[in-house]
Each structure stands twice: as structure tokens, then as C-alpha cells.
Unconditional design. Structure first.
Length: 425
């Protein structure tokens, strides 16, 4: 009896090893690792290493053993075409790696002929990945799943649309309309993102939208979860691990709260330390630490390998999440790793946002308003008291298991099964 041909999916992704840094790598890599256990063989189409300004080798072995990977030439307009630090803006539409389309489409067609995939999947950002998948879908007729990890557009505030540059905004709007017209399914990572897409794309049937959140991979976590640190009476180590965006995660209200608590004698360098790891904006934050005179309370630390970052999170007394109200429809990918670490979490975010809702759903209520220095101080003091007494709420093992990348891959495999059984466009 002839064995059944394995189901295959062509995955178009900019965020893939050897790129270093960014949660998008972990999402694509997690799918590539776990989809084979769900009956789907991944075929990954990604840029060559020259596309990435930051590269690392720590995750290459994981990628190589789980998927067939093809890399094609992609040039970064800001690095490869710049003269005196300037480059033509037309070379950065819809993003700085638009040149990737030229090499990826022929390579993708060769992969389709050679491996006969059953579906195409692409992930944003970067928008060029969607353009590649759109072209391949038109040429092949294969069903296409568009993974909208971040919103391409945000017009909720007419005074501050995203993207702010008009030409780029029009380009993103055109791509989103092409997704609406050609894709078999649109995947979002939060309920708020689905709601925003449904408002903009009213012509798309509601059943074409699917929620597949970010998650965590089990690799790299200590089994004990660092519980022995709970309630430690020495200096409390609060850690924020990951990028701090000036608009979306502005920590100035928190810094003002720290300065006031320091002046009041509640916090000092002997009983409290906030570590900001791999912020991506150290120069800006360093200036703020001087402005608020809290250099002794806050320490900036550089990017480190993902495994080391996980170990640091599990060793911390508490984990800090920052998310402003202008990102209420988003959940930082770091939140899922925080949950798995089973360390106390202080979330400074908007109570009406998806991040706060996710934490409450997992039984965590140590939440304060990032926009208010007074509420930051209140939430921080309550959090410190609970954590030092070993009474800070943690997610249950059952709730944590539901957030794994294996569970997310199961959901993607089910969606792939669904769309691949439909007639091609």
C-alpha cells in the first residue's frame, strides 16, 4: 500500500533564525518545530543572513532539524542602499526589505513545484512577506493564511494614524485589502486585533478570522520555576525583559513613582532593584533615569541569548509588564513566557486592554495603570507586599499549559486542515 503524501505548508517569514532578537522569531520557529507533530511538514522561505543587522546561531539547529528552509537574497535599504545615512524612501515600501520579493517569488515557485505544498502561510511584520505570499497564491491557487501578528493599520486616533507616513499607510491599506480578497483565513493574536480587523474589513466573513495567540516553548525553563526566591527579605529584583517602546511602553509614570517612593524612604538601593533587559532604547531611557534621579534603583542591561533570558526571568523576584492604552488590542509575546516562569507578575497597563484581560483570566490581578504615576506607585507597593509574603497570584499549571506553542501549533494545524480542504481560489 502506498503511504499517503505528507501534508506540507509553505511558510513565508522574515522573522526566522539566524535573526537575533524579537518575539516573531519564536512564533515562526515554534510553528516550524511543532507542526510535524500535528501532521504538517513546514517548508520555510526566509531571507538570507545578510538581511539581518543582528544575527545569532543559538536557534539555527532547532530550525534545521524541523523544517526544510530556503533562504533568498534580501537587502536592507537602510544598510545596503544608504549614502551618508540616507536612502530613497521608495526602496522601503512596504518596508526596508522590499527587495526580498524579487528573489523569494521565483524561489517560492520552485518550492511549490518541488514539494507540492497544500497551503501557504505568511506572517506580518514584515509586510513584504505578505506580498510574496500574495503573489505565490495568485500564481499557484493554493489557500493562503495571513498571520497578522501585529496590526498593519491603526486609525483609531485620526490625529495619530499608524503608520504615520501617508504613502506607507496607503500601501499597508492596499495590502490589507489584498489579504481580505485573496486569503483563505486571517489569523490574529488577540481578541482586540480581530475586532479591529473586522471593523476595517467588514466585507470579510467573520468565520475567516481566527485567534491563535503567541505562546511559550518548554525548552529552557528550570523545573522548579525558582520558587525558592518567593518572599526573600533582601533586595527585591524586579525584571522587565524585552523592548521598551517610547510610545507603546513609556515608563515615565513608573519612573516618577519610583522617584517619589525613593524620596519618601520607601524604596532604596538596598531593598529594591529594577532591571531593564534589552530595551532597544537604552540611550533614551538612560536620560530618563538621570531626569528622575533613580540611577541607583534602575539598571539597564544588554540583549542576551534567549535561554539566558529565560533563566534570568525565573531567577527574578518579580516580572514587570508594560503596555500602554494605545496597545489595548495587543498582548506582548513576553507575557506568555512570564506566565510559564511562574514568578509574580506586575502589569502596568490599561485595565480595559487585552493584556489585563489575559492576566485576569489566568488569575492574576496585580495590575496598575501605566498612565498614572499614582496608580503605578499603588500597584507597585501592593505587588511588593504580596510577593515578599509569598502571596502574589500565579497562573495555575492548567492555565499555563494552554499557552504553550504546542497548543498554538495544534490550532494552526487544525486551521490548515480546514483551508486545505477547500477548493483553490
Amino acid at each position: 500500500m502506498v503511504a499517503a503524501r505528507p501534508k506540507r505548508v509553505l511558510m513565508v517569514a522574515y522573522h526566522f533564525p539566524p535573526l537575533a532578537g524579537g518575539s516573531g522569531i519564536l512564533r515562526t520557529l515554534g510553528f516550524a518545530r511543532h507542526l510535524p507533530d500535528c501532521g504538517w511538514q513546514p517548508l520555510v522561505l526566509s531571507p538570507g543572513a545578510s538581511a539581518y543587522a543582528q544575527r545569532g546561531d543559538t536557534q539555527l539547529a532547532q530550525a534545521a532539524t524541523q523544517a526544510t528552509v530556503r533562504r533568498t537574497l534580501a537587502l536592507d535599504a537602510a544598510r545596503h542602499f544608504a549614502i551618508g545615512g540616507r536612502y530613497p524612501r521608495c526602496l522601503a515600501l512596504p518596508d526596508r526589505w522590499s527587495s526580498w520579493w524579487l528573489s523569494a517569488v521565483p524561489a517560492g515557485l520552485r518550492m511549490i513545484r518541488a514539494y507540492r505544498p497544500d497551503a501557504i502561510w505568511s506572517t506580518y511584520p514584515i509586510a513584504t512577506a505578505h506580498l510574496i505570499a500574495l503573489t505565490l497564491q495568485k500564481l499557484s491557487g493554493l489557500p493562503w493564511i495571513a498571520d497578522q501578528r501585529d496590526p498593519m493599520l491603526d486609525d483609531s486616533d485620526p490625529q495619530a494614524p499608524y503608520p504615520p507616513e501617508p504613502r506607507l499607510h496607503r500601501m499597508h491599506a492596499w495590502i490589507e485589502q489584498r489579504i481580505a480578497a485573496r486569503s483563505a483565513a486571517i489569523v490574529c493574536t488577540t481578541p482586540g486585533a480581530i475586532a479591529a480587523h473586522q471593523r476595517r474589513l467588514a466585507q470579510v466573513a467573520r468565520e475567516r478570522f481566527h485567534l491563535i495567540e503567541n505562546g511559550y516553548d518548554e525548552d529552557g525553563y528550570a523545573h522548579d520555576g525558582g520558587h525558592e526566591r518567593t518572599g526573600r527579605r533582601g533586595r527585591f529584583l524586579l525584571l522587565h525583559s524585552g523592548v521598551i517602546y517610547p510610545s507603546e511602553r513609556d515608563p515615565q509614570a513608573l519612573f516618577e513613582a519610583l522617584a517619589r517612593l525613593r524620596r519618601d524612604g520607601v524604596l532604596h538601593a538596598r531593598n529594591f532593584q529594577l532591571v531593564l533587559r534589552a530595551t532597544g532604547h537604552d540611550a533614551w531611557l538612560a536620560g530618563l533615569l538621570v531626569k528622575y534621579a533613580i540611577l541607583d534603583l534602575v539598571r539597564l542591561e544588554p540583549l542576551q541569548p534567549h535561554g539566558a533570558a529565560l533563566q534570568e526571568m525565573q531567577a527574578a523576584d518579580g516580572l514587570l509588564l508594560l503596555q500602554a492604552a494605545n496597545c489595548n488590542g495587543q498582548i506582548p509575546a513576553k507575557l506568555y513566557e512570564y506566565l510559564r516562569c511562574r514568578r509574580p507578575i506586575l502589569a502596568l497597563t490599561d485595565a480595559a486592554g487585552d493584556s489585563a484581560a489575559k492576566l485576569r483570566h489566568c488569575g492574576i490581578d496585580t495590575i496598575g495603570q501605566l498612565a498614572s504615576s499614582g496608580d503605578c506607585a499603588r500597584a507597585l507597593l501592593r505587588f511588593l507586599e504580596l510577593a515578599r509574603q509569598g502571596q502574589a497570584p500565579l497562573a495555575s499549571p492548567a492555565a499555563i499549559a494552554l499557552q504553550s506553542r504546542q497548543a498554538r501549533s495544534n490550532a494552526l494545524a487544525a486551521l490548515l486542515d480546514q483551508v486545505s480542504h477547500r477548493s483553490p481560489t
